[in-house]
Design a protein around this ligand. Structure first.
Ligand SMILES: Cc1ncc(C[n+]2csc(CCOP(=O)(O)OP(=O)(O)O)c2C)c(N)n1
Ligand SMILES: [Mg+2]
Length: 311
């Protein structure tokens, strides 16, 4: 019995990893609060419950790797840049915004990181970038995050086909949270992610754990193989803790409860209370202070770069 409980216990993380997880959690909670108060315009999709995915992947990706994110991308961005100021300023349209405030929550571009709110759009783009990398920057990969619902887009299959045929260094991270907006995966997906990857001869790796250390170790070799030209689909069986965007949650109570039962945040607090409580309040307060500081800034201005003006 103890053995079973030990296995269910989340392993202890370094402070750095836990701080990043907590930063993403409190950032997302703050956003929902700001939207709820009417302090923000537009929309947002939080990654509450899924924070551990980009945190586990973070050290497996290098600064030269490209990352293509999606509509639910705040955690992807924070895990790559640890820049809550730039992201919040972007979402709030304040000075210091990563993209001058014209990208907002879903459309961020910084160095080799790009997100889009258009489902599936980034798959062929990432495959094209991976083709360039295979030719020009050996050992560098393109990582693309997509959801389960995005497997309804034909562009996903065109990209998988070429990635396999041309042995592209393409890492497809699927955050399968079992739902697309309000449609359960079971109501829209025939077969499975694994069988669809197999149809193209692409390796598939399933992650059911929420243990950052365990996931990272299990992905070291498969990600190294991607760099050598073996495309990979990593499917995370995960849970969306919050609504699709803001107030739009029509899931039955048992589905929401299942997401809560799997929440790494609650489990980690139980398994490592000292470390958790030492850091949780600090990070929460840090996010609170960042939000106040950003809200007090003047509006952002977007100025076209000189190269754009010239063209
Ligand atoms: C091409 C396209 N069709 C529809 C939408 C509207 N839309 C935004 S998110 C979403 C659901 C995406 O589900 P999934 O891929 O599972 O990602 P999740 O939201 O669960 O993270 C839809 C249909 C869109 N943004 N782009
Ligand atoms: Mg989904």
């Amino acid at each position: 019995m103890t053995e079973i409980l030990d296995r269910l216990r989340l392993s202890r993380l370094g402070d750095d990893d836990l701080e990043l997880l907590l930063l993403i959690r409190h950032f997302e909670l703050k956003l929902l609060e700001l939207y709820g108060r009417g302090d923000l315009n537009g929309t947002t999709h939080t990654c509450l419950g899924q924070e551990y995915v980009p945190v586990a992947l973070a050290p497996l990706l290098g600064e030269h790797d490209h990352v293509f994110s999606n509509h639910r991308g705040h955690g992807h961005y924070l895990a790559r840049f640890r820049d809550p100021h730039g992201l919040l300023a972007e979402i709030m349209g304040r000075q210091g915004a990563v993209c001058g405030g014209v990208g907002g929550s879903q459309h961020i571009h910084r160095d080799r990181y790009m997100s889009t709110g258009v489902q599936g759009e980034s798959m062929p783009v990432a495959a094209g970038v991976a083709l360039h990398l295979r030719r020009a920057e050996s050992g560098v990969l393109a990582c693309v995050y997509i959801g389960d619902g995005t497997w309804g887009e034909g562009a996903v299959y065109e990209a998988l086909n070429l990635a396999s045929l041309w042995r592209l260094p393409l890492l497809v991270v699927v955050e399968n949270n079992g739902i697309a907006q309000s449609t359960p995966t079971t109501a829209q997906m025939a077969g499975s992610v694994a069988s669809r990857a197999a149809a193209f001869g692409v390796t598939h790796h399933l992650v059911v754990s929420t243990d950052v250390n365990e996931i990272r170790t299990s992905l070291e070799e498969p990600v190294a193989a991607v760099r050598a030209g073996r495309p990979l689909v990593v499917e995370f069986a995960t849970h969306r803790l919050g609504p699709h965007s803001k107030g739009d949650d029509i899931r039955p109570a048992d589905a929401v409860q299942a997401a809560r039962d799997n929440d790494w945040y609650v489990r980690y607090a139980n398994d490592h209370p000292d470390q958790f409580h030492r850091l949780d309040g600090t990070i929460r307060a840090r996010v609170e202070a960042i939000a106040e500081e950003i809200a007090a800034r003047p509006p952002s201005r977007w100025e076209a770069s000189s190269s754009w003006e010239a063209s």
